[in-house]
Design a protein around this ligand. Structure first.
Ligand SMILES: [Zn+2]
Length: 137
């Protein structure tokens, strides 16, 4: 696949890694490929946690409540690592601050800034002297 592997891995791990990379991990829908000639196959392809959905890789990874805990733990681990690295790089970091906007309260995962440096600007700051929003033409 054009990738170089820096670490030797077992055959099983290699195969699993290729499946992840190629997006072809096992799911009921994927396993049914080639057997969808008639309408009768839809039965049995439902997710075991939420039967109203078909068990596709996208559903299992992104939506299914059965994988929500692992998904959230992964998200939190990445956010924690990001915060650590930002702080180590001299940023002041706010985790999940509540920001009131015209469209309701938004809660980004991380806001990082260096005191005294201009970077992110609020929407109001982007308006020109005429009050017209800049950035779109
Ligand atoms: Zn599900």
């Amino acid at each position: 696949m054009g990738h170089e592997w820096n670490h030797p891995v077992s055959g099983k791990s290699f195969v699993n890694a290729v499946h992840v990379r190629a997006g072809c991990l096992y799911s009921k829908v994927r396993a049914s490929r080639g057997r969808t000639a008639d309408g009768a196959v839809a039965a049995g392809l439902q997710c075991e946690v939420c039967p109203v959905h078909r068990e596709t890789l996208a559903h299992v990874i992104q939506q299914c409540p059965g994988s929500a805990l692992a998904r959230n733990e992964r998200h939190n681990a990445v956010a924690k690592l990001l915060v650590q690295k930002l702080i180590a790089s001299g940023y002041t970091v706010e985790a999940e601050p509540a920001i009131k906007t015209d469209h309701g309260v938004r809660r980004p995962d991380v806001v990082a800034y260096k005191p005294g440096k201009r970077g992110y600007r609020r929407r109001d700051d982007r308006r020109g002297s005429t009050g017209r929003a800049l950035g779109r033409s």
